[in-house]
Each structure stands twice: as structure tokens, then as C-alpha cells.
Write a protein that binds this ligand. Sequence first.
Ligand code: ZN
Length: 179
Amino acid sequence: MMEENIFLKNRKTMNLADYMKAQENGRENLGAELPVAVYRLLEYSIREELASRFGKEKQIEIFRSAGFRAGTYFAEKYLDSSLELSEFTAQLQKRLEEFKIGVLRIEKFDEETGKMVLTVSEDADCSGLPLLGETVCNYDEGFLAGILTSYTGKPYNATEVNCWATGDRVCRFRADIDE
Ligand SMILES: [Zn+2]
């Protein structure tokens, strides 16, 4: 029989917020930043692995829902949901730049329906990609939907309609409340 490790006995189940907290003071010398190359290496290797195991449709679904978790966490941790919309979006723009995720613009917002068109330039996920004939920022779709859902309390989804990978120079997302 294997001996029990007393240090593991009462270990808690870590969730996303716990893992995020753990990284805050972990790297005395190397610090908190990483090159975009490392981010993309992680993103696109996982993408390939998921697509080859489960097919492309499932891979997209997983990226979207993982992005949604991240967006929900991001909104709760780094954004003030009590702000009114224009202040909230200004804060969101600022945070996305601080974290070097991308440069956000709100192109359109319909107060009545909640429909929104947002663009992200210099997006961390796809900037510089060649024309592939399809959008690739499914993680960002979920990320933005998570943020908007968390802020409004309404079930938002977001769909990328333009991307570097469709020959554009910005990523453009339509965000909509799910009925
Ligand atoms: Zn894109």
C-alpha cells in the first residue's frame, strides 16, 4: 500500500481564481510578463491538439467556453461593474491595453437591444496571421461575452466577423444578448 502524504491529505481543489492568485508573487527574478510568442505557442498547440482529438467544431466550442470563464474572471477581478457603460468601457479599454491583450474600440452600441460592435486591433491572438479565410479568435469571442455577461447580468454571446485571418487588420466582434 502506498503511504499517504500528509501534505496532500487536506489539499483543496484549485479553481481558476486560485491558480491566478498563485502566480502573483511567484517569479521574483523573471517577473510577470512573457513574450507573445509564448502565449501563441500555448494557444496554438492546444488548438491543434484539441482539433486533432475532437475535431474542429469541438475545439472552437472549448476555446469559446474557456474564453468565457476567463472573461468572467477578468471582469470580476479587474473591472468595476458598478460603473455606467461609458466609464465601464473606458476602463475595459485601459485594462486590455495594460495587459497588452489588444486595443479595443466600441464601434456601435444599441441601447435598446444591447447589440454591440467592438473592434480589437493588435490582438494578441491573431495579429500578423496570413489570410486563412476564417476567423480564429474564438477564445476572444468567449472572453468578450464573459465580460459583457458579467457586467450586464444578461447572457451575451460574441461572434467575430472580421479578423487578420480573414484579411482584415482588426478583429471585429458582434455582441448580442441571447434570447
Ligand atoms: Zn482575430
